[in-house]
Design a protein around this ligand. Structure first.
Ligand code: G1P
Length: 291
């Protein structure tokens, strides 16, 4: 049974400058919730109870976010703000949250390799914070089910357009049933005209511990970085790796346009601000003659 999740959060966030100059990109909020909290909540919903966040210098706010905050709790209590108090306490009780630092920005594969000691030979999940999955989509839970069935690693995969595939790990799939393929190979960010398919790896993975052996053998690849994709490709030559395909409910929160879309959708679905925001938005669209 998979218990552990690893969340790499050591990236520099250059796509969101200047906001990410002093604030970790994982702390940028969707409405009022930092994106990393949404990712942690997703892992918890999927039944994972031990979460390791890979951080780096300048990411202290992430640790603080999941820590107890006695001063804030005392203040909220003294002011009778019990809802907020409950929310803040629930945050530090979400799961067992650990952090470890990646000392050098050597790539996603390297960041995952930093988790080896903590993972300690168990199968585990990896969730990338740039990919946000809508809370109604049980993607990770379904991937864990595939893992339970086959005992092997599972990637999330989504069809993207030809022009977009060069931003992803591109999979050569061998479909075995609806929504499930065996990964023959996977290549990191190929030029569109060389991509083996337009099936993209999305930032949710379930790994067998053998991924660490593959990571150890992985040389710097695309962009001079140790790529997780290259290690998965090696692993797929040693033992079966599956790709679980899905269609809806993913936002690339590392991209400004998708970040905006996710913010609007999540805001509209909220019980508190949703109704007023929807009315305003409909009116705004009319006033600006957007449709
Ligand atoms: C990473 C992975 C890539 C994967 C993508 C999913 O790339 O390296 O294989 O397809 O996440 O979002 P990044 O978006 O961090 O450049």
């Amino acid at each position: 049974k998979v218990r552990k999740a690893v969340i790499p959060a050591a990236g520099l966030g250059t796509r969101f400058l200047p906001a990410t100059k002093a604030v970790p990109k994982e702390m940028l909020p969707l409405v009022d919730t930092p994106s990393i909290q949404l990712v942690v909540e997703e892992a918890v919903r999927a039944g994972l109870t031990d979460i390791l966040i890979i951080t780096a210098r300048g990411k202290g706010a992430i640790e603080d976010h999941f820590d107890r905050s006695p001063e804030l709790e005392a203040l909220l209590e003294s002011r009778g703000k019990y809802d907020e108090l409950k929310q803040i306490r629930a945050l530090s009780d979400l799961a067992q949250i650990h952090t470890v630092r990646q000392h050098e920005a050597l790539g996603l594969g390297h960041a995952v390799a930093v988790a080896e000691a903590h993972v300690a030979g168990e199968p585990f999940a990896v969730l990338l914070g740039d990919d946000l999955i809508h809370p109604s989509v049980p993607l990770l839970r379904e991937m864990l089910r595939v893992h339970e069935r086959y005992g092997r690693s599972v990637l999330a995969a989504q069809e993207v357009s030809r022009s977009e595939i060069s931003a992803y790990g591109a999979i050569t799939p061998e479909m075995i049933e609806e929504n499930l393929a065996k990964v023959r190979s996977v290549v990191e960010k190929p030029p569109a005209d060389e991509a083996p398919s337009n099936l993209a790896a999305i930032g949710r993975y379930v790994f067998t511990p053998e991924i660490f052996d593959a990571l150890r053998q992985t040389k710097p690849g695309h962009g001079g970085e140790i790529q997780l994709t290259d290690a998965i490709n090696l692993l797929a030559q040693e033992q079966a790796v599956y790709a679980f395909t899905f269609e809806h409910g993913r936002y690339d929160a590392g991209n400004k346009l998708d970040y905006l879309k996710a913010t609007v959708e999540l805001a509209i679905e909220r019980e508190d601000v949703g109704p007023t925001f929807s009315t305003w938005l409909a009116d705004f669209v009319q006033r600006k003659k957007l449709v």
